[in-house]
Design a binder for this molecule. Structure first.
Ligand SMILES: [Mg+2]
Length: 236
């Protein structure tokens, strides 16, 4: 019998398929901005725009930027070799970017994976880095809000994955000890190293890309969230 009492899912690109939507939006942004930079530079802009995501997102999460400021700062930084974006371009850019928060796609197999954890008699949590209202809205729109016992964001726990405090907070809310919890997520650092570092029993990486070589030895790797419960010995 499994000693696990709870399984916690990451949200973005674990229960949701954010990546395919984000790629579509990135292509639209490159087309939009292509009119502002020399045509052969559009791909260079696209690379700069992707590369600056994590840094500016972290500044938004730390409260150094508000949402409009985050969008303007990213676009301005990505366009820096060529021009300063005017208000009209920023407005059209923000409109495109908001598709990534207003449109949500459920990852293939997500509902089945959550159901499998529940069917095994375990508690289900979600732990996501992000703003509470935004992230809760995504969970509702993929139809899984009612299937989750505890929903926790970095905003409401006051700690950001991979910090151990974030994992301790969600385990506490689930009423389980760290060694009774397992994490399922797509980020090797935030989800996998974070959970194992916090003393959790197991972690399953949902890897679209080949997993990194320095993945902790105790981590399991699956190609789809649908396979994650089985990797924890819960199904099949
Ligand atoms: Mg994720």
């Amino acid at each position: 019998m499994s000693p696990l009492r709870a399984v916690v899912f990451d949200l973005d690109d674990t229960l949701t398929d954010h990546r395919s939507l984000q790629l579509e939006v990135e292509e639209e942004i490159v087309r939009l901005v292509g009119g502002q930079v020399p045509e052969h530079e559009a791909q260079a802009f696209g690379r700069r725009h992707l590369a600056n995501l994590d840094g500016f997102y972290a500044r938004w999460m730390r409260g150094e930027l508000d949402e409009p400021g985050y969008h303007r700062a990213r676009l301005t930084d990505a366009l820096e070799p060529w021009c300063v974006p005017d208000d009209a371009l920023v407005a059209r850019y923000v409109e495109l970017k908001r598709r990534t928060t207003t449109e949500v796609r459920r990852a293939r197999g997500a509902a089945g994976a959550v159901a499998a954890v529940r069917a095994a008699g375990l508690r289900v949590g979600v732990l996501t880095n992000g703003m509470t209202d935004l992230q809760r809205g995504k969970l509702r729109r993929i139809g899984l809000a009612g299937a989750v016992d505890v929903f926790a964001t970095s905003q409401d726990v006051g700690a950001v994955k991979p910090e151990a405090e974030a994992f301790a907070a969600v385990a506490g809310r689930l009423g389980v000890a760290p060694h009774e919890a397992a994490m399922i997520g797509d980020n090797p650092v935030n989800d996998i190293a974070g959970a194992l570092g916090a003393g959790w029993a197991a972690a399953v990486l949902v890897a679209v890309d080949p997993p990194p070589a320095d993945l902790p030895a105790r981590a399991a790797v699956v190609a789809s969230v649908a396979e994650a419960p089985q990797a924890l010995g819960l199904a099949g």
